[in-house]
Design a protein around this ligand. Structure first.
Ligand code: PLP
Length: 383
């Protein structure tokens, strides 16, 4: 089987993890946790980076520190993995679903239109005209590594006192290459950014995540909340309800070894994307879309679009056929406003997300992928 997206652990991973075991520093303190945070801050340009147990916990704490409270609302994309939507409910708040643009990301124009036309700004707070609830945060997701057209969103959210949490879990390595945000990495633009090191991400720690912020107060509070909110570490005095969300030294050891290889992985990802695009776009009915021109992309996941009439098979048929030929693929996530827990939440003009959810298939994109394997995928698609 050619897998969809699997880890690549051929650097110093074994050496560093072995050191954790030999020194018995295996738990939630140790030099690798600090090193991993430092390396991540340096690479992304974020002032602060706080290592946590996974991307979901990074989003949970970021949203909490954004001031989202029970009964509030958070604007989120319809098309994305469900984790950023679930964390809204962890805080007893409700998601409002937005459509996506051609890059699978939250539609900036429609989101601005929604905020301008469907909400009211009163006494420093934005209220949803339909529900009367406070809208306290917006959570754009840089889907598949494609940078969100984020600057206009940041601007309107500033005007409307809405905090922004960037879900950059899929986009480590993506940075803007033009305009005011030139050279700024995804996850470092808004109030908070979240990274994930789940097994399918550009780099992995098995499971892990990172909170990014440029605000020192937020950073201190994030570290405090993710380490059980200890006011006195010796006497175990806790000033707030805390969380056990800290990354372990073993996981961070993997992370440090993976960071050493990140630039190389990004080169491979880009090369594979370009090769697939060149080859697959010659096949009638199949299409690898462009990535946003305003950013340098990490090309985390390859999204292939199918025109089923031209190609002669629809997405489901093609997925089954590739599976029979030992090629693992995945459809885009079931849209979030259709998921059972969120089926009654508000949606705004969702159109494009339906189209992309129906015609997109993710194809193998691991950094381990050989040319022979890519050719096997391409030739099977041709057949
Ligand atoms: C967009 C998005 N958000 C959040 C997450 C959650 O990250 P984790 O699995 O590390 O909790 C993921 C993927 O895993 C994701 O793809």
């Amino acid at each position: 089987m050619i897998p969809l997206c699997v880890p690549n652990l051929k650097g110093n991973e074994m050496l560093y993890v072995q050191e954790c075991i030999e020194t018995e520093w295996v738990s939630s303190a140790g030099k690798y946790v600090n090193q991993f945070e430092e390396k991540t801050a340096e690479f992304t340009g974020s002032k602060f980076a706080i290592a946590v147990s996974n991307g979901t916990s990074a989003l949970h704490i970021s949203l909490m520190l954004s001031g989202v409270r029970a009964g509030d609302e958070v604007i989120v994309p319809a098309l994305t993995f469900i984790a950023p939507i679930n964390v809204v409910r962890y805080l007893f708040a409700e998601p409002v679903f937005m459509d996506c643009d051609e890059f699978y990301n939250i539609d900036t124009n429609k989101t601005i239109e929604f905020i301008k036309n469907e909400t009211t700004f009163r006494d420093g707070t934005t209220f949803n005209n339909l529900t009367g609830k406070r809208i306290t945060a917006l959570m754009p997701v840089h889907v598949f590594g494609n940078a969100v057209d984020i600057e206009p969103l940041i601007d309107i959210c500033k005007e409307r006192n809405i905090k922004v949490v960037e879900d950059a879990t899929e986009s480590l390595g993506t940075f803007y290459n033009s305009g005011n945000l030139k050279n700024r990495h995804t996850g470092t633009i808004a109030d908070f950014g979240a990274l994930s090191y789940n097994g399918n991400k550009v780099i992995t720690t098995g499971g892990g995540g990172m909170i990014l912020t440029n605000n020192e107060e937020y950073a201190k509070k994030a570290k405090y909340l993710t380490t059980q909110a200890k006011d006195d570490e010796v006497r175990y005095v806790h000033g707030e309800v805390g969380y056990n969300y800290r990354l372990t030294n073993i996981q961070a050891a993997l992370g440090v070894a993976q960071m050493e290889q990140l630039e190389g992985f990004l080169k491979i990802k880009k090369h594979n994307y370009n090769y697939y695009k060149e080859q697959i776009n010659q096949i009638e009915g199949l299409f690898i879309p462009e990535t946003p021109k305003y950013a340098d992309n990490n090309n985390w996941m390859i999204a292939m679009q199918i025109d089923s009439k031209l190609y002669g098979k629809d997405r489901e048929e093609l997925m089954a056929y590739l599976g029979e030929n030992k090629i693992q693929t995945r459809p885009v996530w079931h849209l979030n406003q259709l998921q059972k827990p969120f089926a009654h939440n508000q949606t705004y003009k969702i159109e494009k997300a339906f189209e992309l959810a129906e015609n997109t298939l993710n194809i193998p994109c691991s950094t381990n992928l050989t040319k022979e394997e890519m050719d096997c995928v391409i030739n099977t698609l041709k057949k």
